[in-house]
Design a protein. Sequence first.
Length: 228
Amino acid sequence: MIMTKTIEKTDTELKKDVLSELEYEPRVKMTDIGILVKDGTVTLNGYASGYSQKMEAVHAVKRVAGVKAIADDIEIKLLNPLHHKDGDIAAAAAQHIEWCTLIPTGSIMITVREGWITLDGEVEWAYQKNAAGNVVQYLAGVKGVSNLISIKPNRTATEVETAIKSAFQRNALLDANKVHVEISGGKVTLRGNVRNFTELEEAERVAWDAPGVFFVDNLLTVKWVSAG
């Protein structure tokens, strides 16, 4: 039988691991990013050349065991800000969304202001909403993305709960017994303890993939454990 126990990293140990993970991530330019760690909370500051690079840094930190919270203070500093007009960004975003076969034609409205993209509209599935956000975040000149696309519920609460719990049981990355699911209409609330941010995000991803879900309130707590 494998026993687990909670092991707390010191801030020095955690900072070392975060630095190593960021250096390992080829899409992050480490020379422009600073790191502060206090009581398990990691603060990222400095600059990124685009929204996608900023998000890659955040995702890299989430993969590190022992991270309890992340403060993202990274600023976007475009290499050629005058070359990226809002009209050009909007046109490129519309084209990429039109080319994406996962997104229903004509379902998304795009607004761009000072490099920040706002997506509105209505789709049936969370993966369609996520696909729209993903295809525009890597465009040149984008400083941020607000994904306000709504999801139209089409299942009962019981059907949604059953689908999510069954998916948790099948998932090799999750301990289904540690994650509790509450359903209210199309809103899903997740409670319990998970081992790291990867498991936390996987639980949320699974919940979003259920039919009829239009909101996920992820209240899971990261409690890193190690075999011992």
